[in-house]
Write a protein that binds this ligand. Structure first.
Ligand code: SAM
Length: 521
């Protein structure tokens, strides 16, 4: 018989023993409960992750049903709307749900898997990069596209590239196992939504005729994947050497990084790209920068900064403009602005051509002007006293030593009201400790609120935000440079005569490529 329903034993005072001992019993019960609750913390985490996952998916389904739009299936090649703001993933409710859902799903995998399996799996991730690199080199995406949804047998694929069919099958099955391509029948492969983005859209014979031009005039995503899995993966394989080598371990020099050790060259990366044998790498890099555009909403540059606050007729200088990827859109939105593209003379020659092709009237009317300059030197007279110095994806290419030098030159050329608008990531710590909030809680900083994920997710949303951390490692490996936290941005600006005043978030991903605003200190 259970103890609780036994007849109470009465003592000499006449008080039932169970009642006399009630306070102790209660304390014991509570203690047990606390112990059980503590012991069940793992189960509670699983429940929380499940709930986040369920509510995120419900939220996405809700939008799809209200809009009468299906969610893209993984088996189907990507629709062009994936890369524009028309796609369902651009809907603000869906974006938020994706961030939480992916974060919960990734954490669930790390939680559920035996840790020895998870560690081994992570240790072998280079295999995904290696297989993507091989798939690109063998033009598998272009070959498989021609077969359509029923797919193509590896024996047929091998006829196009001379590879061993059995080895090809294993590479493709490995990628398929990682949700890139699909196996529609044994050894028969077709595209899925992810693999279709590796396709340049070109004919295989055209690529073979001029392999150097493979990525020219494409959307840049295949170029981006190729660059990541070639130069970037290979340089990362020397990270351990770079972190322990006496020359590179504490170096801030951009020619003393992992990539120099991996490929055995001494010059900066940009100069290495310009060697004749690296022509493909050079051309691929330019196109890959366009690919990077697809990682943020297309409207991001136009919506992330408050362009209405820019005075009529203001001078806007795009420092390190590249070919002017964003400047035409800005010029069309604000035709009153005087827009100056500033880059190395070789790049400015390309920029003139690019802008003239897209908007001849803006170039002819000198609404857009061009200046070949070296930003390690004092700024040219034409841009002194500019209203805005705009630097997109520039500061993250340099360690503090060099970023400070560059920003000091801009400070010297500024007038008291000049604004510095920087577009690079604002990195977050992975923890939710008090130190973190003291660094990042900046009430006077307009628009900036650290975006902290709900428990039990990693505070920085973990893998759901990993693109920014990937890029940070690329900067470390290739340039001895880094992405920066809000505290690091503040220190960088302070060291170069500027004051951090605001952050305008990118609506797609609150950490990735916001506008970071500074004023003259
Ligand atoms: C990563 S790209 C960014 C291009 C552009 N801001 C964008 O967002 O597409 C870096 C740019 O900095 C330019 N750059 C590198 N060193 C430079 C220098 N010393 N002076 C001027 N521009 C330079 C490069 O030519 C390149 O166009």
């Amino acid at each position: 018989m259970p103890r609780s329903i036994r007849t109470p034993i009465t003592n000499t005072t006449g008080t039932p023993r169970t009642l006399r001992h009630l306070p102790y019993a209660l304390i014991g019960l509570l203690r047990r409960r606390v112990v059980i609750m503590t012991l069940m913390a793992g189960v509670n985490d699983l429940k929380s992750l499940r709930n986040i996952l369920t509510s995120s998916i419900d939220s996405i389904i809700d939008v799809c049903e209200k809009q009468g739009e299906d969610f893209p299936r993984i088996e189907v090649p990507a629709d062009p709307s994936e890369l524009t703001q028309d796609g369902i993933r651009s809907d603000p409710q869906v974006r938020g749900a994706i961030l939480l859902g992916v974060s919960a799903a990734a954490q669930l995998i790390a939680t559920l898997q035996p840790p020895q399996d998870y560690l081994t799996m992570c240790s072998a991730r280079y295999t995904v990069s290696g297989c993507i690199c091989a798939a690109e080199r063998l033009h598998l995406a272009e070959t498989i596209r021609k077969a359509g949804s029923q797919g193509i047998h590896v024996d047929e694929i091998a006829k196009h590239n001379g590879a061993h069919p059995g080895k090809l099958a294993r590479v493709l099955r490995y990628l398929t196992t990682n949700y890139i391509f699909q196996e529609t029948a044994p050894n028969v492969f077709a595209h899925n939504i992810v693999s279709s983005l590796l396709d340049t859209g070109k004919d295989i014979d055209e690529i073979k005729r001029d392999p150097i031009a493979k990525f020219d005039n494409t959307n840049g995503l295949a170029a981006w994947a190729s660059m990541y899995t070639d130069d970037c993966m290979k340089s990362c394989s020397y990270l351990d050497v770079a972190l322990t080598d006496p020359t590179s371990a504490h170096s801030e020099e951009f020619n003393e990084a992992s990539i120099q050790l991996a490929f055995g060259f001494k010059e900066p990366l940009w100069e290495w790209y310009e060697r004749p044998e690296n022509l493909l790498r050079l051309r691929r890099f330019g196109v890959a920068m366009h690919g990077a555009e697809k990682l943020q909403p297309p409207e991001a540059v136009l919506t992330t900064y408050d362009w209405d606050s820019v005075p009529i007729g203001a001078t806007f200088v795009d420092v390190g403009s590249g070919i002017g990827t964003v400047d035409i859109a800005i010029a069309k939105m604000r035709p009153d602005l005087k827009i100056v593209l500033e880059d190395r003379p070789q790049v400015i020659a390309q920029a003139k051509e690019h802008c003239y092709n897209l908007a001849p009237e803006l170039v002819a009317s000198e609404k857009i002007q061009f200046i070949g300059a070296d930003f390690w030197e004092p700024q040219p007279d034409l841009v002194r006293g500019a209203d805005i110095f705009f630097l997109r994806h520039i500061c993250h290419n340099y360690s503090d030593k060099y970023a400070t030098k560059l920003l000091k030159h801009l400070r010297d050329a500024a007038k008291p009201t000049t604004k510095l608008v920087v577009m690079d990531s604002v990195m977050q710590h992975a923890c939710r400790s008090p130190q973190r909030s003291s660094e990042e809680h900046e009430s006077e900083l307009v628009g900036y609120k650290p975006h902290v994920a709900p428990e039990p997710l990693l505070a920085n949303f973990g893998l759901a935000n990993v693109l920014a951390y990937d890029l940070d490692l690329v900067m470390l490996n290739n340039l001895n440079a880094n992405e920066r936290t809000i505290g690091e941005w503040r220190e960088l600006f302070a060291a170069s005569g500027w004051k951090l005043t605001a952050v305008h978030e990118n609506s797609m991903n609150r950490m990735f490529w916001p506008a970071i605003i500074a004023e003259v200190a």
